[in-house]
Design a protein around this ligand. Structure first.
Ligand code: ADP
Ligand code: MG
Length: 399
């Protein structure tokens, strides 16, 4: 796999570089014009972008934002991202009115050395995410026509077989950006020969999203700590009442099997912060994890669980944490995520935080980002990598 540093060594001055970046930031749409609530993915994209600019490349950035339905939708315009990018770089960043149409072509053609153009949301083109190779290929042809070389730095999208991630790389000389290279280096350390004890902490909302990675990780880890909304399906598998907490009834049998096969490695919460409804001003109480009352829902792990998980992390030499322990977006349900995040941060060894919401939680709770070995920008991508699946966006860069 060639890296952007190989490209810089070749000389990139005056060449047009199509840079696929992950700029899929959370937007607060409650305000009149959308406000970026966490710009972590933009700042993570800067090193590659800046290096290309410094070397005199004409940089054309392709990115997606949210899930528009394959057609232009002003709500998902990259305009706020162009503005933030411009602020961070300290230079104007033009935004094309389309993805790879007339305006993009004109603006790309007008770039000077070191200039940056952001294409409009690639998902405004239905072909971007199409299952039809020919449809994606047609879009990839138009994207490829804008540039001389392709750099993929969108780690958060490498598990997608999308036109701007996969097909365009087949059409241009291709290189991995610095963020992709760094993510791969860390994930390789997690999979190849992790220093032990190796402890994985999983949370977040949906157990069905994460069962595959749980299956893949169980043989490799020393301990698996489970919190967040997904712990209730496991608690239900132990025949505990979970009240009105998140429960995926169709996954209970699988969780029961995992507990039977690897119960000695799986650590579940012992207490739960409950509320009578999903709201910041709800009435809050702490109950034992095996006795959540019928009329309450568990929205965070309790203080005893934080102590238990902290003890289980204390001697770890390698930690991967994905998924908040509770509904950290609401103040009464933050303590579990904060406590576990702090414990992960004090690990003496490699600590990796993966997942968009987990990374956002670290920043939102004001935790020290520097206390982690690595904060991954790609939740789905890192989980699929850890599952051992081939990621299309990486495979295509490899040859
Ligand atoms: P990541 O993006 O880090 O991979 P997920 O997307 O899997 O994480 O999950 C994040 C979401 O899980 C958060 O929005 C959080 O509010 C939610 N969550 C965590 N614990 C609970 C819970 N007990 N009940 C409902 N939702 C929860
Ligand atoms: Mg998420």
């Amino acid at each position: 796999m060639r890296s952007v540093d190989d490209l810089l060594a070749e000389g990139v001055s005056g060449r047009r570089v199509l840079l696929r970046a992950d700029l899929n930031v959370p937007l607060d749409l409650s305000t009149r014009s959308p406000v970026i609530s966490d710009d972590g993915r933009i700042t993570a994209s800067l090193p590659t972008l800046q290096a290309l600019r410094d070397a005199g490349a004409r940089v054309i950035v392709a990115a997606h934002l949210g899930r528009p339905k394959g057609a232009p939708d002003p709500q998902f315009s990259l305009a706020p991202v162009a503005a933030r990018l411009s602020e961070l770089l300290g230079v104007p960043v033009a935004l094309a009115a389309d993805v790879a149409g007339e305006d993009a072509t004109a603006k790309a053609g007008a770039l000077g050395d070191g200039d940056v153009l952001l294409l409009e949301n690639v998902r405004f083109e239905a072909a971007e995410t199409s299952k039809d190779d020919a449809a994606r290929g047609e879009l990839a042809d138009r994207l490829a026509a804008l540039a001389d070389v392709y750099v993929d730095d969108a780690f958060g999208a490498v598990h997608r077989k999308h036109a701007s991630v996969f097909d365009v790389a087949e059409r241009l000389p291709h290189y991995a950006g610095r963020l992709v290279a760094r993510e791969l280096e860390v994930l390789t350390r997690l999979t190849a020969d992790p220093e032990r004890p190796y402890v994985v902490v999983l949370g977040g909302s949906k157990v069905s999203d994460k069962l595959a990675v749980i299956e893949a990780l169980l043989p490799k880890v020393d301990r698996l700590l489970i919190g967040g909304g997904m712990c209730f399906t496991f608690l239900a598998a132990q025949d505990h009442g979970v009240g009105s907490s998140l429960l995926e009834a169709d996954q209970v049998d699988t969780c029961r099997r995992l507990l039977t096969e690897a119960g000695d490695k799986i650590v579940l919460p012992v207490d739960v912060v409950c509320a009578d409804r999903f709201a910041a001003d709800a009435e809050v109480s702490v109950t034992p994890a095996d006795a959540v009352p019928d009329d309450l829902m568990g929205l965070d792990v309790g203080p005893l669980t934080v102590d238990l998980f902290t003890a289980d992390l204390a001697d770890a030499r390698t930690v991967f944490w994905n998924g908040p322990m509770g509904v950290f977006e609401l103040a009464p349900f933050q303590a579990g995520t904060r406590g576990v995040a702090e414990a992960v941060g004090t690990v003496d060894g490699l600590s990796v935080v993966g997942g968009g919401d987990s990374a956002a939680a670290v920043r939102q709770l004001g935790l020290d980002e520097a206390s982690y070995g690595h904060i991954s920008t790609g939740g789905g991508a890192s989980l699929e990598y850890l599952e051992g699946r081939e990621l299309p966006g990486l495979a295509v860069l490899a040859d």
